[in-house]
Write a protein that binds this ligand. Structure first.
Ligand code: TRP
Length: 456
């Protein structure tokens, strides 16, 4: 098979653009909203440690494999996996991996957009002084009012889907690349300002202790799958987003070094977000295990009672929105690219069609906070079910499939050539971890959890 040196959709201008785009995909609601609340619910310290181990032993090796597949395939994951399976002489069913990934991305975006919509609404709520001088339960009541009102949720969900599809419709260079070049530097500047602000408010030590103290009391078997699932979610692994971004990566960039950079930045942002949020939680005598509302209840209350709180509160939710925006585009880009490849559709139409579909599915999440909140499966609402199904089942299994495909089925020479590592020792270590350690870790955690969940 002749190897394309570019995808038909374009290519990142430089190696740095790949880093910006992949970091943009990785750093998102997962880091700022989800990580602090799941760390809170699972007791902090020990959970953080398990999560860091998952990033290092499972996340990084699989991310390298995913980028490699993308750059080798130079197409949407659906077509890339079909061709790469043929090239490797593997069974045609491996091509399904691209499909499962596209569906996972679609499902994730449907709820991701609803949550990102909350952040959008909070920019305005912070700005108009809703929380200024707020006492007691005003913040909790405001959050309940918002999630209880489908109209408000639908409105902001619609705005966010529109923002996402607007960027994707403009294509790789004029859309995705242009967006991350503005959003990512802005995000890092905002984060820097906010950490300085958090430091200036005191209570930093209590937050640090919560994040890094080794407390196994709240760590359950279920915590393990949550930590593992989150490692996949936060690095955007297991559904082809990183594969797609790899397809736009210049041939000359080193996969190992860029992936390490992206994973390190992503981890840093999650920890820093925790360091900014927990001190505030403790300073106000609030509970770290508050769940999805953690960022939307405790923080606004705190901002409302601090000097310049309105201003920094607005900055904070702008930051969250930017982070979510540069991630959401990577959730749908694989499906858009596939429509363009398969039907020669123009990007604009592909984006509109998919945007409408994701938007409709998002209604399930919207309603699970109000009119469908009693409708549960194994104690989970529609939103919880989607979250669990994608993050804790589809992504880890997709990741294992990627590891097995690259580790065992692709020709050794192809893998070595594409990964292009200068050190033979490092290359061998990566291959070993990818073949044995990562899949085993995922599968063991996976089966223990499933057993506990459904049989225990
Ligand atoms: N990583 C992003 C976050 O932490 C979410 C995300 C973007 C994602 N693209 C993805 C998750 C692909 C899984 C797969 O918010």
């Amino acid at each position: 098979m002749a190897r394309a040196s570019e995808s038909i959709h374009g290519i990142w201008a430089t190696r740095l653009t790949f880093i910006l785009a992949a970091t943009g995909s990785a750093v998102g609601l997962g880091n700022i909203w989800k990580f602090p609340y799941i760390a809170g619910e699972n007791g902090g310290g020990a959970f953080v440690l398990v999560y860091l181990a998952c990033i290092a032993l499972v996340g990084v090796p699989i991310m390298m494999a995913e980028v490699m597949l993308g750059r080798r395939g130079r197409q949407s994951p659906i077509n890339a996996m079909r061709d790469l399976a043929a090239e490797a002489g593997a069974h045609r069913l491996w091509g399904l991996l691209g499909w499962v990934g596209a569906v996972a991305g679609f499902l994730i975006l449907s709820y991701y957009s609803v949550i990102a919509g909350w952040a959008l609404e909070y920019i305005f709520l912070m700005g108009n002084g809703t929380f200024t001088g707020a006492e007691g339960d005003l913040a909790g009541a405001t959050f309940k009012d918002m999630t209880g009102d489908p109209g408000q949720l639908v409105f902001w969900h619609t705005v966010f889907i529109f923002m996402t599809m607007f960027v994707v419709a403009r294509g790789v260079n004029r859309g995705l690349e242009a967006a991350v070049r503005i959003l990512m530097p802005a995000l890092f500047i905002l984060l820097f300002i906010l950490v300085g602000y958090a430091l200036s408010t005191g209570h930093f030590a209590a937050g640090l202790e919560f994040l890094f103290r080794f407390d196994t009391e709240h760590l359950s078997w279920n915590s393990l799958i949550i930590a593992m699932g989150h490692a996949f979610f936060t690095l955007s692994l297991g559904m082809g987003a990183i594969m797609m971004y790899g397809a736009y990566m210049p041939k000359t960039a080193s996969i190992g070094a860029t992936v390490l950079t992206v994973a390190a930045l992503d981890t840093l942002v999650a920890l820093v977000a925790g360091m900014a949020i927990f001190p505030i939680v403790f300073a106000n005598g609030l509970e770290p295990g508050a769940g999805p509302g953690l960022m939307f209840v405790t923080l606004p209350l705190a901002f409302g009672n601090m000097a310049f709180g309105e201003f920094f509160g607005v900055l904070f939710f702008v930051l969250v929105t930017f982070a979510a925006w540069s991630s959401s585009i990577s959730l749908i880009e694989p499906a858009v690219a596939w429509l363009v490849e398969r039907f020669g559709a123009n990007r604009m139409w592909a984006s509109i069609v998919l945007g409408l579909l994701v938007w409709s599915l998002g209604m399930g999440t919207v309603f699970s906070f109000n009119i469908w909140s009693d409708w549960t499966l194994f104690g989970m609402t529609f939103f919880d079910t989607l979250d669990f199904l994608t993050a804790n089942i589809m992504l880890p299994l997709g990741g294992v499939a990627i590891a097995v495909f690259v580790g065992f089925l692709m020709a050794k020479e192809t893998v070595a050539e594409e990964i292009g590592m200068r050190s033979a020792v490092l290359a061998a270590a990566w291959k070993f971890v990818l073949r044995y350690v990562s899949p085993a870790a995922v599968m063991i955690i996976f089966f223990i959890t499933m057993y506990n969940y459904f049989a225990g």
